[in-house]
Design a protein around this ligand. Structure first.
Ligand code: TXA
Ligand code: MG
Length: 315
């Protein structure tokens, strides 16, 4: 686990324009100094990420967020309710060099979040500047939710990879656009269920516009393992690995080819296990990965969103 020396080494590497793998409570991130265009370019390079897809600026606290983003009253009430934590706000960019053009993909908005993981917070405080950090996977693949998976994906590109243990949430942050003269929009389902955001906001969230330029993260074929993914499966077919959910009425024995996202049917536990189990399944080079039905309420909506993309369906 990361100690104080590791934290300082990571902050130092970021300040010098190098990359660092950082644990967060959602997924592991591939971090760079947000103001350093060369370092940010190295992120796009390491991930094979299209440059029109902007990055999230991570900051230590609300004050630091307000230094880069215009947060209106709606945004502030969400920030107060959910930060530090898995909420990302897309708001007008204040201007200046703190989050470079490349990091924002040239948009006049910025995505900002205050992560809750103590190691991430310590690095941000020590770095003293916004750190952009997309999920540490190569583009299109499932996000890494533990240190080993992160190192396997993008470890070659970084100066240091901090180990913060397995991610508590396991799904990326929920992304909400809070822009002037526009309703609150849900840009990406994530670790905070839609209903929880709506309860604090006091309004229903509008859907993301389908215009890919305004909602760049909504690409199909995301979060995808190599093996084909089959959804709403009652059990495995020959050669498939099965990801079950809940108590199994067929009493299928668990083993390397049959895993359970949550034996007790807990969506939080399933979210935390999802990407690591998809990866574990994929490592067995199966004919396919079959996944049991997941209820579509609460966190289940985000889990099903990721599964549909893993299966190659447009969200
Ligand atoms: O949980 C998370 O959010 C993780 C951890 C590392 O913090 N990060 C993460 O970053 O998931 P990434 O780059 O994989 O996803 C960022 C999402 C993308 O869907 C991107 O399109 C969207 O945020 N985004 C970023 N800036 C935006 C902007 N200005 N307008 C609209 N969408 C934006
Ligand atoms: Mg990602």
């Amino acid at each position: 686990m990361a100690n104080e020396d590791d934290i300082h080494a990571a902050a130092e590497a970021l300040r010098e324009g190098r990359l660092a793998i950082l644990p967060t409570e959602t997924v592991y991130g591939l971090g760079a100094d947000a103001s350093n265009a060369e370092a940010v370019a190295a992120i796009f390079e390491a991930k094979g990420r299209p440059r029109f897809n902007p990055l999230i600026a991570h900051v230590a606290d609300l004050t630091a967020a307000r230094a880069i983003a215009h947060l209106d009253d709606r945004a502030l009430s969400l920030a107060v309710a959910f930060w530090p934590g898995p909420l990302t706000l897309v708001a007008p960019y204040i201007g200046g060099e703190a989050v470079c053009d490349l990091a924002r993909a040239g948009l006049d908005t910025v995505a900002v979040r205050v992560p809750a993981h103590p190691a991430a917070r310590a690095v941000l405080a020590a770095a003293g500047r916004p750190v952009v950090a997309p999920s540490a996977n190569r583009s299109g693949r499932p996000s890494p939710t533990n240190h080993a998976d992160a190192v396997e994906e993008t470890g070659d590109a970084v100066a240091i990879a901090l180990d913060g243990g397995p991610c508590a949430m396991g799904l990326e942050s929920t992304v909400i656009a809070v822009l002037p003269d526009a309703p609150l929009r849900l840009l990406r389902l994530g670790s905070i269920p839609r209903e929880d955001v709506e309860r604090i906001a006091g309004v229903r969230l509008a859907e993301a516009e389908t215009d890919a330029k305004r909602t760049p993260g909504r690409l199909a074929a995301h979060y995808a393992p190599d093996a084909p993914v089959r959804l709403n499966a009652e059990g495995p077919r020959v050669g498939e690995v099965f990801l079950d959910f809940g108590p199994n009425p067929l009493a299928l024995g668990e083993g390397p080819d049959i895993m359970n996202l949550s034996r007790v049917g807990d969506l939080k536990e399933a979210a935390a296990n999802l990407f690591a189990m998809l990866r574990a399944a994929d490592r067995r080079h199966p004919a396919g990965i079959a996944v049991a039905p997941i209820p579509n309420h609460g966190l289940g909506e985000a889990i099903n969103d990721r599964l549909k993309r893993a299966a190659g369906f447009v969200g």
